[in-house]
Design a binder for this molecule. Structure first.
Ligand SMILES: NC(=O)c1ccc[n+]([C@@H]2O[C@H](COP(=O)([O-])OP(=O)(O)OC[C@H]3O[C@@H](n4cnc5c(N)ncnc54)[C@H](O)[C@@H]3O)[C@@H](O)[C@H]2O)c1
Length: 258
């Protein structure tokens, strides 16, 4: 049996079954919110929901969805709103990051990245924002961007371009929803350790050695920033991107040149 949320807030996390999204879902559940885990991998979403419920006692609703598909998104958001009455916070986290050089990239791979990382964010934001506006109680939207929005990466032209698009989508959505007291921000993770990722050991160790803090981040590092932007401490922040990257975008930690 699940315990009703203490905060009364309902948080939706897309891609919440695994990796960073799972860490965000867990952190909100620990803070007392009810959480919708909306993920394409429905079985994994159910397993994750059971584990987080057992750990936190919070109310977790797993729902299968493909964020690239408008009908699937509409059905998912309608079900979440019907079962949990409202959505106070949306975290657009679902994303993919394949690696291929532009000269070898298929059109399908380019489309898959933009359909998931950009169109999916638009479809879920539209469906949730419509309900937030209708309810008239404000809301929070946090989009998961990436340091790749600012710093190019070989083999990730589609991904870097998609995350730059996420940052601009975040700004425009913030402008459009401000009068409804809905604030919209992005969190841009640097290298964050998640299970089963497809990054090579060579790539990971090169990135870690050039990181000012000398380590990879963990999903909890990202979750803390997301929780802050969704908290009452952050009511006057909208349209911005907060990077959680151990200082990667600040520059290279080289010795003094003189
Ligand atoms: N891990 C990193 O180093 C890192 C760094 C910067 C940004 N990010 C971003 O963080 C987010 C999460 O990345 P992650 O590393 O946790 O990845 P992950 O692969 O571990 O988790 C992504 C989740 O999204 C789900 N998903 C994928 N496509 C979907 C779709 N069409 N519909 C619904 N769900 C879908 C997957 O099933 C999976 O559970 C992504 O937006 C990614 O771009 C990750």
């Amino acid at each position: 049996m699940t315990q009703r949320d203490r905060s009364g807030r309902v948080v939706m996390v897309t891609g919440g079954a695994h990796g960073i999204g799972r860490g965000i879902a867990q952190a909100f559940a620990r803070s007392g919110a009810s959480v919708v885990i909306a993920d394409r991998r429905e079985r994994e979403a159910e397993r994750t929901a059971e584990e987080i419920e057992a750990d936190t006692g919070a109310e977790i609703l797993p729902i299968g969805v493909d964020v690239r598909d408008a009908a699937s998104v509409e059905a998912m958001v309608a079900r979440a709103a019907a079962e949990l009455r409202q959505i106070d916070v949306l975290v657009n986290n679902a994303g993919i990051y394949p690696n291929t050089l532009v000269v070898d990239m298929t059109e399908d791979e380019w489309d898959a990245v933009f359909d998931t990382n950009v169109k999916g964010m638009f479809l879920v934001s539209r469906a949730v924002a419509q309900r937030m506006i209708e309810r008239g109680a404000g809301g929070r939207i946090v989009n998961i961007s990436s340091g790749a929005a600012e710093s190019g990466r070989v083999g990730a032209a589609h991904y870097c371009a998609s995350k730059a698009a996420v940052n601009m989508f975040t700004r425009v959505l913030a402008l459009e929803l401000a009068s409804h007291d809905i604030v919209v921000n992005a969190v841009g993770p640097g290298l964050i350790e998640v299970p089963d990722w497809s990054l090579s050991d060579e790539y990971v160790s090169a990135l870690v050695s050039s990181n000012p803090l000398g380590r990879m981040g963990q999903p909890e590092d990202v979750a803390r920033a997301v929780l802050y932007l969704a908290s009452p401490e952050a009511t006057y922040i909208t349209g911005t991107t907060l990077y959680v990257d151990g200082g990667s975008l600040a520059g290279r930690p080289l010795p003094p040149s003189g």
